[in-house]
Design a protein around this ligand. Structure first.
Ligand code: NIG
Ligand code: FE
Length: 415
């Protein structure tokens, strides 16, 4: 039995019982914080917590490790509900192309982009993919991420898509982070089938999904609904195919253009719609009152120099909002949630509290982890961030680029 007691915590953040599964609109401004608190962890789970004066009796446990957190905050570890951390190679040459004036679409048109990643991934063996993704997971874990969703989508052939998903499965079995898996075969049409969409859709339906189902390789189904990628009709076909195998839709939509994918995704029970750099009044109306979590990815906007999603407007319209990194080699070579927090405050005009709600409770929801992650509540997984000694919680996003994290705990263990 392993037991840990953290005492004298300056502020225990996002702590409480029966907190809502999602927070929206005005509610996002509120963040429960217990000042001068303790937190007890047993066997990797949160056992109890509260103000220091309620701690009596716990500190005479035997086999107890004690941490003094004077001057420090404890937060639930971040949940990153949208990433592509399994990839074969970084793409900094496209970064330079972009600086020299080419757009994301122009780079894709000359053989860069997703197809570039797919070509290299096809030639990279499973072991190497596993090793490099493992290192990326370590890297994000030390910057405060406790749960992460990972997509396939750089394979684009049955063989390579399954290879990616098997890597994700092995990571999920062996890495300390909590991992969810998403099948994104519909990320782009492979070069050879650019003019033969029905054939690629057939491969997704007949050669990929049955195996994914049989081997338990994915929780979610995704598609990139965008001009030049998947049309709304194709998106619907992919969502229906995934749902037939029990996969819940979680969709890339409205990154560059509004095609009507948000409405289609919501109508098909999507858990989240992600990107939303572009959004229409109709999209907002459709999202309102739905169970679908609108998710924005400001690190992607920052890197591509494209518009930031209209998060402020979404919140002011009463919607919930999630914030994820989109960590991938093409549009967001960063999985750093601390930087994302700063960006959300600086560029999206969210308050520190709104942004943190969007990176914990709402992302936990957007990856099906509401019961176990996203808040400090009894019985939840003890995935936690202990900050350095800092003057206030707002200091974290304010001091952008500074590592304000002292220690990360995963399953109650110091990493
Ligand atoms: O979420 N937008 C589509 N997919 C990824 C980027 C893929 C790439 O360029 O490698 C994204 O931004
Ligand atoms: Fe993405």
């Amino acid at each position: 039995m392993s037991r840990l007691l953290i005492k004298n915590i300056k502020g225990l953040v996002q702590a409480g019982e029966n907190l809502p599964r999602t927070v929206k609109g005005e509610e996002m401004k509120k963040l429960p914080v217990i000042e001068n608190a303790f937190l007890a962890v047993e066997n990797g789970k949160i056992l109890s917590y509260g103000p220091m004066e309620d701690m009596l009796g716990i500190d005479d446990w035997r086999n107890l490790e004690i941490i003094d957190a004077s001057g420090k905050y404890i937060l639930p570890a971040f949940c990153d509900s949208h990433t592509h951390v399994v990839f074969a190679k970084s793409r900094e040459e496209e970064f330079v192309d972009k600086i020299n004036g080419l757009s994301y679409e122009e780079i894709a048109a000359k053989g860069g982009g997703i197809l570039n990643s797919a070509r290299v991934l096809g030639e990279t063996d499973e072991e190497e993919l596993y090793r490099s993704a493992w290192n990326r997971l370590d890297q994000v874990m030390y910057s405060g991420t406790g749960a992460i969703e990972i997509k396939s989508g750089y394979g684009l052939t049955p063989e390579a898509e399954l290879k990616m998903l098997r890597v994700i499965k092995r990571l999920r079995e062996n890495h300390p982070l909590t991992i969810k898996s998403t099948f994104l075969g519909a990320h782009a049409y492979p070069k050879e089938l650019k003019e033969n969409h029905p054939e690629y859709l057939r491969q997704i339906k007949e050669e990929m999904l049955p195996v994914i189902h049989e081997e338990g390789l994915a929780d979610y189904i995704d598609a990139f609904c965008e001009r030049g990628y998947f049309s709304v009709e194709e998106l619907v076909e992919v969502m229906n195919a995934g749902k037939a195998y029990g996969l819940i839709p979680k969709i890339h939509v409205n990154q560059f253009s509004i095609l009507g994918g948000v409405k289609a995704a919501v109508e098909h029970g999507a858990l989240s719609v992600d990107h939303l750099e572009e959004i229409s009044e109709e999209d907002i109306a459709v999202l309102k009152g739905s169970t679908c979590m609108p998710t924005v990815l400001p690190s992607c906007s920052f890197f591509l120099n494209i518009p930031f999603g209209k998060a402020r407007m979404m919140l002011d319209n009463g919607l919930p909002l999630a914030l994820a990194t989109d960590f991938n080699p093409g549009t967001t070579p960063s999985g750093n949630m601390l930087f994302l927090w700063s960006l959300a405050c600086i560029k999206l005009r969210l308050t520190p509290e709104e942004a943190l709600n969007a990176m914990t409770i709402n992302t936990a929801y957007a990856m099906g982890l509401s019961e176990t992650h996203g808040t400090i509540s009894e019985g939840k997984v003890a995935n936690l961030i202990m900050t350095k000694e800092i003057p206030s919680l707002a200091y974290i996003p304010y001091s952008f680029g500074e590592n304000t994290i002292d220690t990360v705990l995963i399953n109650g263990k110091i990493m």
